[in-house]
Design a protein around this ligand. Sequence first.
Ligand SMILES: Cc1cc2nc3c(=O)[nH]c(=O)nc-3n(C[C@H](O)[C@H](O)[C@H](O)COP(=O)(O)OP(=O)(O)OC[C@H]3O[C@@H](n4cnc5c(N)ncnc54)[C@H](O)[C@@H]3O)c2cc1C
Length: 301
Amino acid sequence: MALLDRTIVRFLPAMPRQVVRRIADRYIAGEELEDAVAAVTWLNADGRSATIDVLGEEVERPFEAREIVEAYDRALGAIEEHELDANVSIKPTAFGLKLGYKLCRRNVETLVRAAAERDNFVRIDMEDSSTTDDTLRLYRELRGAGLDNVGIVLQARLRRTLDDIAALADLRPNVRICKGIYVERWRIAHTDFDEIRGSFVRCLEALCETASFVGIATHDEFLVAEGRRIATERYEFQMLLGVRESLGDELVRAGERLRIYVPFGRRWYEYSLRRLQENPRIAGYVAADTVGRMLGRNGSR
Ligand SMILES: Cc1cc2nc3c(=O)[nH]c(=O)nc-3n(C[C@H](O)[C@H](O)[C@H](O)COP(=O)(O)OP(=O)(O)OC[C@H]3O[C@@H](n4cnc5c(N)ncnc54)[C@H](O)[C@@H]3O)c2cc1C
């Protein structure tokens, strides 16, 4: 399977954009804010809340980071105007982290304050391990500035995460725990499937002790079951748009809170390609899912 995944990924850039778009379509709300609003309206009607992600990462110039802040500000405005049950998720590199920590901090703080004025919440996604320290520092500084409407993401894949949970405990943080999408070196990350699962469970147990709220972000049935066993209050499940919808249905039917991650924007091509290149396993899922749909099966949803 690993070879097949890598082969799919190698040929993706050679595929016509429309083909990549067809593959990505199900995982992205569309190119415009109104597409995201339509998707979230539908999700809300279906008993799910949402978190909106404006596509774009690793900006190269400060004005691009500024444009992302403005795009998020419009998303917050639309959430308020349409009375949606949604918050936003942001990527530090899209806010200028690779151009300088201070620039990123200024941009993120501007957005978190704008969200606070609208009584909304900003989740800072966790990117690859080169950004972990800065992202944790950013979270701590924002909380230190009195901003409580902000949360962070921790990745069970990283060996450091239990220590990070302990270090954050004084803040009573609002944390999304996920496996982590970026492929990292063995030295700093668990690479074995069961080890990552085990780490997820230990991190979740620790967070239930120390966090003010936990987002359990997974489509792994085993971890969903563990989440339901371990978490008793101040938690929700989180899933990606278009992934394992039948598992999400089960959770909602069982009375669990479920939030769907809804990416939108014109940079869908770069986003899709990078996501797939970063983790060829995802390409395998997507290919299996696409073939399954062509054959009329929906087992992997
Ligand atoms: C709401 C949310 C937010 C996230 N935020 C971050 C973040 O900030 N930083 C970060 O590093 N990672 C993030 N992730 C990604 C996460 O770390 C994992 O890479 C991803 O969720 C797959 O792990 P899994 O727990 O679902 O388990 P897996 O074992 O990888 O997946 C379980 C099953 O779900 C299906 N599946 C999973 N992903 C996909 C997909 N993309 N397409 C089709 N089928 C799929 C497959 O059928 C697979 O067998 C987020 C995930 C979610 C759900």
